[in-house]
Design a protein around this ligand. Structure first.
Ligand code: KG4
Ligand code: ZN
Length: 366
C-alpha cells in the first residue's frame, strides 16, 4: 500500500510517500520519500510564523514538493492507493492549500482522499518506525499543544491532561526570543543550554506535585522574562545558564505530570502497577535530547518504556501524515471530498475545554 501525504498546517510545506503492508495487524512502514520546504527565510524577519505569508508560501511550493516526493519515490499518481492531507488543526490558510491539493489529486486520479488530524499524525508516527501496540500513553508536546492522552486505537483518544495556558513549544520559542537566540526557538535553546549550568536559576514549576496531569507554563515564561531582564549585558555564560535552567525546569514539569499520567493510565486501562506500558513522546518538542533523557529515566523507574520517533520525525513532516493515512485507509476510514479544512480539531472531542488559552497569537498553531 502506497500513500502520498501532504502537510501544510504551519510553516513547513511537506510531501511524502510511505509504503506499508495493507493488513492492519502489521505495523511499521517504509518511507519512500519525505521532502520539506521549511519557510524559515520567509518568517525569520518577523521572529515567528506569519499566517498569511505561510499560506502564500504553501501555495507557491506545494506542487513542487509533491512532484519531488513522487520522483524521489520513483512512483507516479497511478501507483498510489490514497492521498492523505492534514485537514486541521492549524493555520487555516495553509490547511486549505494542502487539503485542496490533495482533493484535486484524488479527484483527477480516482484515488481515496484521507483527511488527517495533524495531532493524530504526531500520535501515530512512532508506529511507522517500530511496533507499538494500543493502548499507549502519549505525551504530545508541540508549538501549539501540550497534552497527555490514552491512545486506544486509530481515532480513539482519551485526554488525561492538557495545558491550562501555553504550549510547551511556545515556552521554548518565547525563551529563545527573550535570550536573543533567534527563530526557530526550541533547537536554539537546546543548543545554548548544552554549555550552561542548569542549577544556576531557580525557576517556578507550576502545578508541580499537584494531583492530575494538566500543565501550566505561563508563570515559568514570566520568570524567564524577569531573569533575562536582570542578566548582565554581553554575558553568554549567563544566557547559557538561563537556557539550561529553563530546559531543566521543563524537564521537571514533564516528568512530574507524566508520573501522574502513568498512574491514571494504568488505573483507567485496568493494568497492574507493574504491567509494561509504552510512554510515547511526540511533537516538535520531543526532538529535545535532554527531555527525552529525563522521560526515559522516568519510564525506567516506573516499569514503562519510552518510545520516541527519530528527531526528524518529531517536528512537522509529511511522512507522519502519509502514515496516519495508511493506518486509516487500512481500516477503511476514507473521507468524502466535502470534508472541510478546520482550524481547531481536538483529538478527544469529549474532553472539557481547557481553562484559559493555548497558543493564541501570530506564529503559533492553536
Ligand atoms: O510539531 P511541531 O513541528 O509543530 C507544531 O505542530 O506545533 O513543533 C514545533 C515546536 C516549536 O515550538 C519548536 O520550538 C519546538 O517544537 N521544538 C523544540 C525542539 N525542536 C523543535 N523544542 C525544544 N527542543 C527542540 N530540539
Ligand atoms: Zn506539529
Amino acid at each position: 500500500m502506497l500513500v502520498l501525504g501532504i502537510e501544510t498546517s504551519c510553516d513547513e510545506t511537506a510531501a511524502a510517500v510511505v509504503e506499508a503492508d495493507p493488513a492492519p495487524g502489521v505495523p511499521v512502514g517504509r518511507i519512500r520519500a519525505n521532502v520539506i520546504y521549511a519557510q524559515l527565510g520567509e518568517h525569520r524577519p518577523f521572529g515567528g510564523v506569519v499566517p498569511e505569508i505561510a499560506a502564500r508560501a504553501h501555495l507557491e511550493h506545494i506542487d513542487g514538493m509533491v512532484a519531488r516526493a513522487l520522483a524521489d519515490a520513483g512512483v507516479g499518481f497511478a501507483d498510489l492507493d490514497g492521498i492523505a492531507a492534514t485537514a486541521g488543526p492549524g493555520l487555516i490558510g495553509g490547511v486549505i492549500v494542502g487539503v485542496m491539493t490533495a482533493k484535486a489529486i484524488a479527484l483527477a486520479h480516482h484515488k481515496p482522499f484521507i483527511a488527517v488530524n495533524h495531532l493524530e499524525g504526531h500520535a501515530l508516527t512512532t508506529r511507522l518506525i517500530e511496533p507499538v501496540a494500543f493502548p499507549f500513553l502519549l505525551l504530545l508536546v508541540s508549538g501549539g499543544h501540550c497534552q497527555l492522552l490514552a491512545v486506544e486505537g486509530v481515532g480513539c483518544y482519551r485526554r488525561l491532561g492538557t495545558t491550562i495556558d501555553d504550549a510547551v513549544g511556545e515556552a521554548f520559542d518565547k525563551t529563545a526570543k527573550l535570550l536573543g537566540l533567534g527563530f526557530p526557538g526550541g533547537p536554539a535553546v537546546e543548543r545554548t543550554a548544552r554549555g550552561g549550568d542548569p542549577a544556576r536559576f531557580d525557576l517556578p514549576r507550576p502545578l508541580w506535585r499537584k494531583p492530575g496531569c494538566d500543565f501550566s507554563f505561563s508563570g515559568l515564561k514570566t520568570a524567564v522574562r524577569l531573569a533575562a531582564a536582570s542578566l548582565p549585558a554581553d554575558d553568554p555564560q549567563a544566557v547559557a545558564d538561563l537556557a539550561a535552567s529553563f530546559q531543566r525546569t521543563v524537564g521537571d514539569i514533564l516528568v512530574d505530570r507524566c508520573g501522574n499520567a502513568l498512574d491514571m493510565f494504568r488505573a483507567s486501562a485496568d493494568l497492574a502497577d507493574d504491567a509494561p506500558v509504552s510512554l510515547v513522546v511526540a511533537g516538535g518538542v520531543a526532538a529535545n535530547q535532554h527531555l527525552r533523557m529525563r522521560l526515559a529515566d522516568l519510564a525506567a523507574t516506573r516499569g514503562a518504556r519510552l518510545v520516541a520517533p527519530p528527531p526528524a520525525l518529531c517536528t512537522d513532516n509529511a511522512a507522519m501524515i502519509a502514515w496516519a493515512g495508511i493506518e486509516r485507509l487500512r481500516l477503511g476510514l476514507v473521507d468524502g471530498l466535502d470534508v472541510a479544512p478546520r482550524p481547531r480539531w481536538p483529538l478527544d472531542p469529549t474532553a472539557r475545554a481547557a481553562i484559559g488559552r493555548t497558543g493564541v497569537g501570530a506564529g503559533v498553531k492553536v
